[in-house]
Ligand binder design. Sequence first.
Ligand code: C5P
Length: 246
Amino acid sequence: MSSPMGSPAPPAAGRAWAIVAAAGSGERLGCREPKAFHPVAGVPMLERVLDVVSRVALDGIVVVVPAGWEESARASVGRRFARAVVVAGGASRRESVRLGLGAVAEDAEAVVVHDASRPLVSPDLIERALAALAGASGAVCAVPVVDTLKRVEGDRIAGTVPREWLWRAQTPQAFRAAALREAHARAAAEGIEATDDSALVERCGEPVVVVQGEERNMKITTAADLALAEALLGPREFGGAAGGLA
Ligand code: C5P
């Protein structure tokens, strides 16, 4: 397989594309710009994610940003992916990914979806998600729940929920392209929203497997998350050089 991204190992899943969902507003973070454009230790989340994605062998990438932010995104994306496609997202994450899928090449066999709000993702995690497609229609990175879970009504504990089967889903999530397209088409037609793509593929009855995720691959939602992510990032952790793009 040729890789226009000029990256190392080819994925096991055939022609693979990535969709980076970056069209959220970031209201809960309290930033003026869309969240994906907000810096984490000096580098915008979207650039951090693209830096990681650029180390995975992929045939193409689609970056979904809020309407009106396409040009800013093209400026930073173009530095790493001359052939990346930037499209405007929608009102929900589900709609943004559906719009991104519309820009994925027809001959793509696998699509890995990643949220820009998880900039501490690793190339290895993306590759493991794609590799897990060998035996399934979808592969979801997730980590087991370690806390004891309580069901709470008002201020009263109404019960303790067994945690042995519970995992916290992350992105990246990799899918057979046909299964993801079908799942999104059905969800759009039926007006179904979901907080991840796996839920849409699952409801079509397709087999989805879990891939051991990384605790470090945290999601940045609040200012406290941002502070934690910055603490986790070492000074050298961007493109092998401190302080910005090489
Ligand atoms: O809001 P939340 O952090 O849960 O969003 C998860 C991911 O989905 C983020 O990377 C965000 O940019 C993206 N998103 C999107 N389009 C939306 C809402 C969220 O691409 N309308």
